[in-house]
Design a protein around this ligand. Sequence first.
Ligand code: NAD
Length: 290
Amino acid sequence: MRLKNKVAIITGAGTGIGEAIAHKFAREGARLVLSGLPADPVPDVADAITKAGGRAAIHLGDVAEDSQAQACVALAIHTFGSLDILVSNAGIFIANAATEDYRIEDFDRTVRNNIRTAFLMTKFALPHLQTSRGNIIFTGSEAGLNGSPRFTPYGGSKGFLHAFMKGVALEQAPHGVRANCVCPGAIDTAWTRGADSPIDPAEQAGIDAMVPLGRRGTPEEIANIFAFLASDEASYVTGALWLADGGVTPAKSDIGARLPAELRRPPHGALTLTHSHDGLRGKDVYRAPG
Ligand SMILES: NC(=O)c1ccc[n+]([C@@H]2O[C@H](COP(=O)([O-])OP(=O)(O)OC[C@H]3O[C@@H](n4cnc5c(N)ncnc54)[C@H](O)[C@@H]3O)[C@@H](O)[C@H]2O)c1
């Protein structure tokens, strides 16, 4: 119970990594505000948590809108009286095209949903986090460090978050507020597997071979890092980029492809997740030819 009685907002909590963070935080004793777009299965996740004895309020709205980001923070204060943790995890990955073919509307959507969401949520959460001496964790990306061909605006949006987080960490240290970033590599959600993914199905099959650990990460493996960083166990960690990419960043070859199958199997995990691959359902995903 590392987060007992802490109040946490998790954005993008209906699917994928956010769903796993929600379940993990609930198990660690946190009281939650789960936020997602109106069509996201956030009520379903909240329901599962409530049935298991946890507490989860629901915010449905686009947190790239000032009023919705403000309403999300207000819901936490109204429901639980305080705010200890902001998990700024909402994001999109909706286009696959060389930069010269990348549609301007997809660039704008990426900036809006990956950057504006994080800025607004941070802005409105900070006064409350200063009171509680709380912390913020952003979901960055390996792509924010290394760049990502055919997904250049996506990688750029995550690079923004990394630098934004460091600035916030330095600026807010005098208020006792920590800020960190988890930077996943390829995780097994709708983004890297299935018909909704912008990654071509033939290329999806090759992802694991590029990873020295021989496989995608699970949402639960990422949620475990969030739980640590959010907790008082991480009291000396701020301004950190926590890479969790199976070794992709320092990799120099297709080490993963050479691993025995037994070492490429993901762990069983303890969380029951039902929306790992629902994050792109109904969204306009663009895959340019070639
Ligand atoms: N899956 C990966 O391989 C991977 C790798 C690195 C980083 N990440 C990061 O992890 C986070 C979660 O990704 P995921 O793979 O779980 O995908 P996902 O699509 O399952 O989850 C993202 C969620 O955010 C929600 N969302 C998007 N824009 C929103 C907005 N404006 N307001 C409210 N909710 C919004 C989506 O509807 C979705 O439910 C993202 O920030 C992503 O950049 C994912």
